[in-house]
Design a protein around this ligand. Structure first.
Ligand code: F0G
Length: 459
């Protein structure tokens, strides 16, 4: 008999107590933090779904590996174990460790991108966009039509619009497009996967024009699982073989090991272009560290090397993707509109659909995120007009973001099914009394990245 419950494929070895602040304490915490969930302290949160980045649990093997960490400055054994693992998964000639994903982005774009260039991506993550713009270049998002509509159900909703890519290259001229990037899974577009066929199609456009193609591979293993389960011809292929094929179609990658590296810190830049790699190593020495540690401790390199192998385990990926889908389908059936289908690492609540009575300039997604915390101590993150809206220079209402979402990101191997059942109960309770939710106004904000520090008050 095959039983249908997909269990967590691990048992718990070390526990970390969760604080359980009561309603009065949560309301006080909200007031103190100016109704900004970034201002909460860890001990004020019951279930923390702010991010899946660096918040996962490491395995006993990873902790054991850390004891083997070799802290030699140049030529550490841990570096060679790390390099060998990255090479075996990606096949790239040059592997450059960095302290996290954005450091890899900063170095890659410093080497490859010039002022006036245009970088296409299915959807830039915010640090990727900021690092492109920091070089004086333009970051252009070109996910397929439907990719930004929460209700459209597609198996590979993170795919890049290949025709738009071609039109962009023709419009701006091939000399101004130094590289193309594909983000797997498409985090800012709902954690949606990209198909192998789409990567191949983008590759052939890049080949036509001689443009290098890079993967933002933070969640490459989750993407590989979606290819295995949704794309024709991959059902009998292992996640490792699929990952290898994904990487074989591109010229290089930036990676945050805080996601599918199953580590609390770290990242890398890897590529085949020897000249770019040499320049990248020179910059690495300037800002991160010697090329055999790149801003990490030797023990971090060990944890990442082991994590990169563990993340490709089929039992892990089956549980991982199923647990996200479980939360998504439970709350959707309970009345919460969400971005469909479920993403890999997170569920995105559609606040615009839930709260039509709150206009974008009164921040419906912020209101929803605040209520989830107030009601149940669950912390998500607003991805709406507080984060992406533009302030009107004449003091009018903000120019709205394209979507009003609250992301509930699931840390890896950290919460059990009963934690997720509790989250679902809180979300469904808030959905059933959505009419009582009210808007907010911002009373204090910074001129950029205001969502991290803004202070708000209820209307
Ligand atoms: N690219 C993507 C697609 C990401 O999701 C992130 C981080 C980065 C690059 C940057 O990596 O944090 O190691 O510097 N995403 C986290 C999140 C912060 O919450 O989604 P980093």
């Amino acid at each position: 008999m095959e039983y249908k419950t997909i269990i967590e494929p691990f048992r718990i070895h070390t526990v970390e107590a969760i604080d359980l602040p009561d309603l009065k304490q949560r309301e006080a915490a909200l007031k103190r933090s100016g109704y900004n969930l970034f201002g909460l302290r860890a001990d004020e949160v019951i279930i923390d779904l702010l991010t899946d980045s660096g918040t996962g649990a490491m395995s006993a093997e990873q902790w054991a590996g850390m004891m083997r960490g070799d802290e030699t400055y140049a030529g550490s054994r841990s570096f060679f174990r790390f390099e060998e693992t990255v090479t075996s998964i990606t096949g790239f000639d040059h592997v450059i460790p960095t302290h996290q994903g954005r450091a890899a982005e900063k170095i890659l774009f410093s080497v490859a991108v010039e002022s006036g260039d245009v970088v296409p991506n299915n959807t830039h993550f915010d640090t990727t966009r900021a690092n492109v713009e920091y070089q004086g270049a333009e970051a252009r998002d070109m996910v397929i039509p439907g990719g930004t509509d929460p209700a459209t159900i597609l198996p590979f909703k993170g795919n890049m619009d290949v025709e738009k890519l071609r039109a962009t290259i023709q419009e701006v001229g091939v000399d101004r497009v130094p590289l193309v990037m594909i983000t797997v899974t498409n985090n800012s577009g709902g954690g949606q996967p990209v198909s192998m066929a789409n990567i191949r199609d983008v590759r052939s456009v890049c080949d036509e024009y001689g443009i290098p193609l890079f993967l933002d591979a933070c969640r490459f293993a989750e993407n590989a699982w979606f290819i295995k389960t949704r794309e024709d011809g991959y059902a009998d292929t292992t996640p490792r073989e699929i990952a290898r094929e994904m990487f074989s179609l591109v010229d290089g990658t930036t990676m945050s090991a805080k996601k599918d590296g199953l580590s609390n810190i770290g990242g890398f830049l890897a590529m085949n272009n020897a000249r770019w790699a040499q320049e990248a190593r020179n910059l690495l020495i300037l800002t991160e560290g010697f090329p055999t540690y790149g801003g990490l401790a030797g023990y971090d390199l060990e944890a990442i090397a082991i994590g990169l192998n563990e993340v490709l385990d089929e039992n892990y990926l089956r549980y991982r993707i199923r647990s996200t889908e479980y939360l998504a389908t439970t709350i959707n059936a309970g009345g919460m509109p969400i971005m469909l289908p479920a993403g890999g690492h997170a569920v995105y609540l559609d606040a615009a659909a839930l709260l039509p009575h709150i206009p974008s300039y009164e921040y419906p997604a912020q209101s929803l995120a605040i209520e989830l915390y107030r009601a149940g101590g669950v912390r998500g993150v607003e991805i709406g007009t507080v984060m992406f809206g533009r302030v009107d220079p004449h003091g009018g209402p903000d120019d709205p973001a394209t979507m009003e979402l609250v992301r509930l990101a699931i840390p890896r191997r950290t919460y059990t099914q009963s934690h997720i059942d509790y989250v679902a109960e809180v979300v469904i309770d808030v959905a059933t009394r959505s009419e009582d939710l009210r808007g907010y106004r911002i009373i204090e904000q910074a001129s950029w990245l205001r969502h991290f520090t803004a202070r708000l008050e209820p209307l």
